[in-house]
Design a protein around this ligand. Structure first.
Ligand code: GLC
Length: 547
């Protein structure tokens, strides 16, 4: 294992990675079987989406027991074997800590509901307003109001996500002690990596107040000042005690300033942060459930601002295009039909050569794209189904509502890993919980023998380890106004790397600074050709020149 700046993290959605027992759902033994593949990628850590006991309303992000394994996924012995077997390859385990909320099936919530006041103080329980309306005007991120009646007490509990995901009140020191115990439980199993789910929502103000009319309610509870205090405390009580810990916070609707605070080592909070601003450039007016081509100028501006802002403030970014909550980047920013190899590799280079720690989401490394689903019934996710119903209610016809959902649904990336071209994509012998669709063309077996995307990823992953200008170098935007190309320069101890990425399916041109013309072509997704000061670029071409 190497320091987090030269590390690459591979993300596995366990439910969809490999099913060892034919029930159609991935499991821990399945992951163990596939360790040779994971190790062949050269990655340093594997982030696993939650596999703890859960009623599964939000695919495991509604946890009913933090310190056990979901029986559908395996046993604690399987988990211990997994940690050891990955460790034998120098690969660390990164667990998903969902500590902003518990499932309403969690023992704490159940005791609270049964009248135990100690546990009632674990959650945000509030009276309705004097006029009988809900405690605040906040909306759930999955649609509908953020409040639900708390049994027949007349009170309401807060849920920023599904109504079965009740927000924990971190003001209560007992809650903080409990969550530290959870992290320490997994540390005692040898886990050194933690991903903290929507962690910038834990610092809500003591008094929960209405968002002023016409304003975004997220401002009322996101990035509150207590987030820093709580993270510092949690670090001190748990992961901060391990010299080799690696942590990443998922930051919902956040700011550069806040993220510098979370990830500047001087603050003793987290190693790095995820933000999502660059993945909203295909949202119309900031609204997810809309159809819009991505805005490259905005994408470039956001990537540049974050890279520079974090560098100036001594913070550190987690770099990613894909995860289990996003449709596949290949369909959003590339062209999976005409230029799958070119656009997949260009997108990879754009992220992997930046300042930050890259994350590869399972299947990305073989060019997986959104499934060719045709009806809302193909989707399972609560968010997608709610969105479809809301779009139809709002007057969209079903066909259009489906097109919108199809462009943004989270299940697009949750389809089973495509190991081979068989009906179950080599993921299962049974009926997969979510159907794969294009495994005939896109699969690991093909990529390992004749493919070009997987080898490209492997090279990028290994370059980060051998090349300090990638892991340590400064970042500077290049050609910021170019309409088709994202480009930047990295610098470190006299070495410079110019990275050029065309985001277009047509040819374009870019000026290459003279001193780079004799440089080494370090990374490229097209055959070699002579470099010229005015360089023409092929569709989705990427080129990195080192001097
Ligand atoms: C994060 C997770 C997402 C989940 C939500 C609520 O955004 O990535 O999958 O639904 O938190 O826990």
């Amino acid at each position: 294992m190497t320091g987090f700046r030269s590390s690459v993290v591979y993300q596995i959605y366990p439910k969809s990675f490999y099913d060892s027992n034919g029930d159609g759902v991935g499991d821990l033994r399945g992951v163990i079987e596939k360790i040779p593949y994971i190790a062949s990628l050269g990655v340093d850590h594997v982030w696993f989406n939650p596999f703890f006991p859960s009623p599964g309303r939000d695919n495991g992000y509604d946890i009913s027991d933090y310190c056990a394994i979901d029986p559908a996924m395996g046993t604690m012995e399987d988990f211990e074997e997994l940690v050891e077997a990955l460790g034998a390859h120098g690969i660390g385990v990164m667990l998903d800590m969902v500590l902003n909320h518990t499932s309403t099936e969690h023992e704490w919530f159940r005791k609270a509901l049964a009248g135990d006041e100690r546990y009632q103080r674990y959650y945000y329980l509030r009276d309705p307003k004097p006029d009988g309306s809900l405690p605040t005007n906040w909306v759930s991120k999955f649609g509908g109001p953020a409040w639900e009646p708390f049994g027949d007490t007349g009170k309401y509990y807060l849920h920023l996500f599904d109504r079965t995901q009740a927000d924990l009140d971190w003001h209560n020191p007992d809650v903080r002690e409990e969550v530290a115990k959870v992290v320490n439980f997994w540390r005692s199993k040898g886990v050194r990596g933690f991903r903290f789910d929507v962690i910038n929502l834990i610092g809500k103000p003591e008094a929960l107040l209405d968002a002023p009319e016409g304003t975004d309610d997220r401002a009322m509870y996101t990035d509150g000042p207590d987030v820093h205090t709580y993270l510092q405390w949690l670090s001190e009580q748990s992961f901060g005690q391990d010299a080799d810990s690696i942590t990443v916070g998922e930051m919902s609707s956040t700011s550069i300033q806040a993220c510098i605070g979370y990830s500047n080592p001087a603050n003793h909070e987290l190693s790095m942060v995820f933000n999502f601003h660059h993945l909203k450039v295909d949202y119309e007016d900031g609204q997810k459930w809309t159809l819009k081509d991505f805005d490259l100028a905005a994408l470039k501006r956001l990537l540049g601002e974050w890279a520079l802002g974090m560098q100036e403030g001594g913070g550190w970014n987690a770099l990613f295009w894909n995860n289990h909550d996003q449709p596949r980047a290949l369909d959003r920013f590339g062209d999976a039909d005409r230029f799958r190899y070119e656009s997949a590799t260009m997108l990879a280079a754009a992220i992997h050569l930046m300042r930050g720690t890259p994350y590869v989401y399972m299947g990305e490394e073989i060019g997986m794209s959104d499934p060719g689903y045709t009806t809302i019934d193909d989707y399972v996710d609560v968010e997608a189904r709610n969105a479809f119903a809301e779009l139809v209610d709002a007057g969209h016809d079903e066909e259009e509502a489906f097109r919108i959902v199809h462009s943004k649904a989270r299940d697009n990336s949750r389809t089973p890993m495509q190991w081979d071209s068989s009906a179950g994509s080599g993921f299962t012998d049974g009926t997969p919980w979510l159907q794969p669709t294009n495994q005939a063309e896109v699969n690991v077996a093909h990529e390992e023998t004749a493919g070009r995307i997987l080898p490209f990823y492997k090279r990028l992953i290994s370059l980060r380890k051998s090349t300090p200008v990638i892991s340590e170098g400064d970042y500077e935007p290049y050609a910021p106004d170019h309409p088709d190309v994202l480009a930047y320069i990295r610098r470190h101890e006299g070495r410079r790397l110019l990275v050029i990425c065309s985001f277009r399916g047509h040819e374009t041109e870019i000026d290459v600074p003279e001193d780079f013309l004799d440089g080494e072509v370090f990374v490229s997704n097209y055959p070699a050709r002579p470099l010229r000061p005015r360089l023409s670029l092929s569709p989705y071409e990427t080129l990195a020149l080192l001097v």
